[in-house]
Design a binder for this molecule. Sequence first.
Ligand code: ADP
Ligand code: ASP
Ligand code: MG
Length: 416
Amino acid sequence: MSLVVMKFGGSSVADAEKIKRVASRVMERRKKGDKVVVVVSAPGDMTDDLEAMAEKITDNPHEREMDMLLATGEQVSIALLSMAINHHGMEAVSFTGPQAGFFADLSHTRARIKHIRPVKVMKALAKGQIVIVAGFQALNAKRDIVTLGRGGSDLSAVALAVAVKADVCEIYTDVKGVYTTDPRIVPEARKITQISYDEMLELAGAGAQVMQARSIEVGKKYAMPIHVRSTFSHETGTMIRTEVSNMEEVVVSGVAYDKNQAKITIRNVPDRPGVAAKMFGALADKGVNVDMIIQSSPIQGHNDISFTVPGASSKKTMAVLEKQQKSLGAKGIVCTEHMAKVSVVGVGMRSHPGVAAKFFKALADGKINIDMISTSEIKVACVVKQSDGEKAVRLAHKAFKLHVAKSKGQRAKRNP
Ligand code: ADP
Ligand code: ASP
Ligand code: MG
């Protein structure tokens, strides 16, 4: 008998029929004798719809109230799923994040989990009940409800799996696993059989929506095996796990795409200590997530600093910097919207040179101009115009032959 955490994303619980299918899947597992904890997201696009509704009321909602609003979506799913299971005579009980023992820090809309005390969850499991927990939400020290950032139900699931000492955390979604790239952009993308936490972390951080990046950090820290698989089939999906030596045979595992970035350039700032600290400090205080940063070499004691932010943060970023412009001594601030980031990721890059050159050549052959470049030990990322983004993904995917079945010992399996 195992203890399993099964997480179902919004698309898996989008309507009554889908909720009934999820209920059958969960009951099937319980009937096999496993103990089951289920984590669910809000149905379909409910979180987006709630956000849109708030925008119609005000363009500057208090973050506390935003959390109160967004947390309601998951509560709809837990109650309905629990009812669907109870309807078949099996015992299920639903808990909100706070009832399940999720405690987080004081930040709203992207709170960090501090600890989980799953007392009610463990008691219900001991009674043989199926436990259904709302993802994405927690309680803070002021006893207010907070949410964990978009896609945060993945984090709830992995963290709860660690807290209840589950054998595995299964992430059920609308694709059959983690693919070599988003199958919506490249239909020939292949399902990856196994991938290291580090690669998945880079892919997720670079925009691969299938897993939320912070959930992978937690999975890695506690070595929790994560199985990403389809809600609608029983096929084995992708195992995210500790790196093993044969993983390095694959130079590039996947291509990630972040379709909405903005590039901000601060022109002609004095080249002296403290300028970058002041600028990025002010942005961090306002919760702006800065991604790629490039500083030009100084000319006559001045340089340009460019960086990227998520497209949705561009207005906030400009507002913060415009206030700072005078004290920074900058000559101007320019925002270029509609940029995209394409990243190639793979642990094999550590031992195989030439990945960056091959990636750049693929883009050059497609006449795509690269605006910014950044690298890590296992990633090369390029910022390009949004209108070139999907083409760049396809070219990179082809250049690294990710559509071709790998030989024995390697990991990609054909996208069925
Ligand atoms: P859920 O609602 O289950 O949380 P998400 O929409 O958050 O699902 O994530 C699943 C989606 O992620 C897929 O439908 C797919 O289009 C997208 N995706 C992006 N990159 C990848 C990738 N490398 N592998 C699989 N899916 C990906
Ligand atoms: N419902 C939340 C969101 O859409 C959390 C999640 O789905 O993981 O971001
Ligand atoms: Mg998701």
